[in-house]
Design a protein around this ligand. Structure first.
Ligand SMILES: Cc1ncc(COP(=O)(O)O)c(C=O)c1O
Length: 390
């Protein structure tokens, strides 16, 4: 095992080492995290709507724990399929206005399971260069050919669609909002290309579900292209504040996945208490519009404050706000200095992002107040000047 020590040392030298840090919550201070002894403003969580500590969800989970126990005991295809699953899937299909839905243990398993169930050797997956790792891994697992198109470049995608025109099955897959850049995929153009080339279209709404659409359905609904999307995937770990993932689509798709998606078939079902908690969170995502409105207000304020401070954070309107720094070492120092200023942030480095684009990725929540965000932008500016990034 000596090779490991050597490679870990090389990673440390290149400022690519990762380690686990303990973060604790203080229930009275949503939007903050405690590291060591310090309370820090948490600008690195995906709890976009501030539901992760909601007392009503906690209570529903507690009650279901008492009635259903702690674990589901088996895969859903064995004896793990308890009543809360069916209720949630029915509600999800209604929310997304589609025929059927299926819950997965998490987004990683949903993406890897769905892609490897839809395509195999002899097929091709057209995947945006900046898609999430779970999409890349699902494609590798499927043994289909990977045709990566340049980020949001529809001309490049068209070129690849022509090149692989004769493949058996074609799947175009994209994040709706890109997880490390916060920009949106051109879903309308993708829908047109999918039709023209008779491909399937899969959209990952991990960072857009709950945030866009009248009832938080996601970006596909916001843009009115939901009927062109064959596979609509999202997670419960971000806006929903809980854990797990969903796939929505036709009845045929869901029947296919129940029979072919290996992470669903060969893994124990989520605990019923969690599924009941997700159902409650889904009610809130759909009806508590003020959370979405508050989040969008926070996004506008924070983005404009950083722009005014001199950072280039683009024109996006998502809660993911990156400051691209470039080299790994400066990104780590930047994040360390922010922690000194009372802000929890993470330096995102390769291989999560392309080499030379290390960054601080801020993410906002509806629970952050205007004052907290304005103060934070001021402290980020101070650190930017100290670190020579501005
Ligand atoms: C775009 C995207 N898809 C999928 C996932 C995986 O979701 P989960 O955390 O539920 O496994 C993530 C998570 O970070 C993501 O950003």
């Amino acid at each position: 095992m000596n090779w490991m020590e050597k490679e870990l040392a090389d990673m440390t030298d290149a400022s690519l080492m990762r380690s686990l840090r303990v973060n604790s919550l203080v229930l009275e201070c949503p939007g903050y995290t405690v590291r060591g002894e310090r309370l820090l403003l948490n600008l690195s969580s995906n709890d976009y709507l501030g539901l992760s500590q909601h007392p009503v969800i906690v209570e529903v989970m507690r009650e279901t724990l008492l009635s259903e126990g702690v674990g589901s005991g088996a895969s859903r295809l064995v004896t793990g399929n308890r009543a809360p699953y069916g209720r949630l899937e029915e509600a999800l299909a209604g929310w997304q206005n589609c025929e059927a839905a299926l819950v997965f243990a998490n987004g990683y398993m949903a993406n890897s399971g769905v892609i490897s169930a839809l395509v195999s050797r002899g097929d091709v997956v057209f995947s945006d260069q900046l898609n999430h790792a779970s999409i890349v891994d699902g494609t590798i697992l499927s043994r289909a050919e990977l045709a990566r198109y340049r980020h949001n470049d529809m001309e490049h995608l068209r070129f690849l669609l022509n090149k692989y025109r004769d493949k058996r099955r074609k799947l175009i897959v994209t994040d709706a909002v890109f997880s490390m850049d916060g920009d949106q995929a051109p879903l309308c153009e993708l829908a047109l290309l999918k039709r023209e080339y008779e491909a399937m279209l899969m959209v990952d709404e991990a960072h857009s579900g709950g945030i866009y659409g009248r009832r938080g359905e996601g970006l596909c609904h916001e843009l009115g292209v939901q009927d062109e999307v064959d596979v609509h995937m999202g997670t419960f770990s971000k806006s929903f504040g809980v854990y797990g993932a969903y796939v929505c689509g036709s009845r045929t798709l869901i029947r296919w996945l129940i029979n072919k998606a290996r992470p669903l078939i060969y893994s124990t079902a989520l605990p019923p208490s969690l599924v009941a908690g997700i159902s409650k969170a889904l009610d809130m995502v759909q009806t508590e519009h003020w959370r979405r409105e508050r989040l969008h207000e926070a996004i506008r304020l924070f983005r404009s404050s950083l722009n005014e401070a001199g950072f280039d954070v683009g024109n996006g309107d998502s809660p993911i706000v990156p400051i691209i720094i470039g080299d790994n070492d400066t990104a780590i120092r930047f994040s360390g200095a922010l922690e000194e200023e009372g802000i929890a942030s993470v330096a995102i480095r390769p291989p999560t992002v392309p080499a030379g684009t290390a960054r601080i990725r801020f993410s906002l929540s509806a629970v952050h107040s205007n004052k907290e965000l304005i103060d934070a932008a001021e402290r980020i500016r101070t650190v930017g000047l100290q670190q020579g990034v501005l």
